[in-house]
Design a protein around this ligand. Sequence first.
Ligand code: FES
Length: 118
Amino acid sequence: MRPVPIRCFVGFIAMGVLHVIDREGTKHTLEAIEGWRVMEVIRDWGLPMEGICGGAAECGTCHVFVSEEWLPKLFAARDDEEAQLDQLPEVHANSRLSCQILWTENLDGLEVTLAPLL
Ligand code: FES
């Protein structure tokens, strides 16, 4: 069953889908909007994504693991994202802050897994 969106998507045109594996291992397929942060897509579809700092790369509550095949297709993390990731307890080579990934149609099919809660 698909989650119910919190934000009204009327007037927006979906630009592909984002696959999210939640902390129970369930895979969700979410429509995504160009220009939105991946963190916002996940949160606004009602999945457990905090994003406390609102996308400023200062809290780490939007931490996700990006599927290996998608890593080379993303822009490299900037210094501020790397610095925040260094503060998190469980970081892997495929860790990213989902607030730092802006959605474009080129990301259609991106798959991420929610990292454990802080
Ligand atoms: S929302 Fe705070 S680091 Fe991403």
